[in-house]
Design a binder for this molecule. Sequence first.
Ligand code: NAI
Ligand code: MG
Length: 393
Amino acid sequence: MRVRQLLLQSQRGFASAASKRTSLSIGLIPADGIGREVIPAARRVIEAVIPNKVRLEFVDLAAGFELFTKTGVALPEETIRVCRDGGVDGALFGSVSSPSHKVAGYASPIVALRKKLDLYANVRPVVSVSPNSNIDMVIVRENTECLVCRIFSFTSLRAKAMFIKYIKSESIENNADGTRTAYATRKISETASRRIATMAFNIALARGAARPSNSPLPLVTVVHKSNVLSITDGLFREVCHDVWNTGKDGEFKKLARMDEQLVDSMVYRLFREPHKFDVCVAPNLYGDIISDGAAALVGSLGVVASTNVGDNFCVGEPVHGSAPDIAGKGISNPIAAVRSAGMLLSYLGFNEEASKIDIAVNKVLLGDKNLLTPDLGGHGKTDGVTNAIIKLL
Ligand code: NAI
Ligand code: MG
C-alpha cells in the first residue's frame, strides 16, 4: 500500500506532510453550468472519505457569470476574504461561463481569484488508467501572467481610500479606413517564471523519488516559442534553464533531466508519443492549451483535475469549463472534480484519503463502461458515477 500510495501521490504532483488536523473547512465555489453538478458530487465524496473524528465543514461561496448578470459582481469581496483570511483551509471551484465577447465590467472570477490569492501554479496531472496506455504526466501551468491576466494597479484616492484600477492588457483602435486593429500585451516576469520552474522541478524530484531506483531520472520539458517570441518566451526559457542549473543547491540538475519543446511541435509530440512526457512546465496560455489537448488523450476533459497552488492556499478545480452543451442534463462527468478534491485533500495532508479517492476512481473507470457518463462512451449519470466511487471508498 505504501509504494502504491507514494506512486499515486507522485501522479497527483505533490503532497504535504500527513495532517494532524482535527477539523477541516472547505470553501465550495460551484459558479456556473456543470460546476453546480460536479462540485456537489465532489463534496459527497469528501464527506464519505474524511474520517468521522475530523470535524468537517463546508462553506458555500459565490462567484460566476450568472452572479455577475444579477449583481454586477463576478467575484464578491466576501469570497476572496474567506479564502484569503483563513475562513477556510482550502477551496474547490467548479467552472465559470465566461462569454466569448466583451461584456463591460466583467472579468473571469477564477482568473481574478488565482491572482488575488497568488495561486501561481496550476498543477494538472494527466494520467491514463487503461492497461493499453501509459500516459502519466503533470502539466505545470503558470497561473498569474502571460496573455491571460489583466494588470492591476493601486491608486490612492484623496490619500485615504485605495481602489483597484483594471488596466486592460488588450486594446482596440479604429483605423482611418473604418476597420479596427486589436492589440494584446503579454507579461512574462523573471519572478513568476522562477517560481513556476521551481515548482515543476520539485514535482519532478517527488516523482523521481517514488519510482524504482533503476528508473531514468525524471524529465522536465520546458514549453515555449522562443524562436519567435524571443524576449518573453526567451526570458521564460532562460529562467527555467537557470533553475535547473542552479536550483536547490544543485539538486535539480543532479536528480532531474530537462529538455525543451517549441509549443507547436509539443502539440504534435503530445499526440504521437504522450507516454514520453513526465513533467511539462509552460507559461499560462500554452499550459491551458496543451492541457485540454492532453485531456483528449486520456478519454475526456471530464476526468482531468487540477489545483491552483500558492504558498499558502490551494483551490482544486476541474480543468474543464461550464459545458453549456450538457449543463442541467445530469450527465456531466464528476471525475475531474472528484480528483481535484483528492488533490486538495493531498495538499492539506490527507494523503491516505486522497489515495483512496484515486483508487476508487480508477476502479470505476476500468469497471462497467455503461455506468460511465456519455463523454466516456457510457450511458451513466453524474449521480451514478458518484455513488459508484463512494461505494468503493
Ligand atoms: P468546456 O470545457 O466547458 O467543454 C468542452 C467540451 O467538453 C464540451 O463538449 C463539454 O460537454 C465537454 N465536457 C467538459 N467537461 C465535461 C464533463 N465534466 N463531463 C462531460 N463532458 C464534459 O469548454 P468550452 O465549451 O470551450 O467552454 C464553455 C464555457 O466554459 C465558456 O464560457 C468558457 O469560458 C468556460 N470555461 C471556464 C473555465 C473555468 O472555469 N476554469 C475553463 C474553460 C472554459
Ligand atoms: Mg482550459
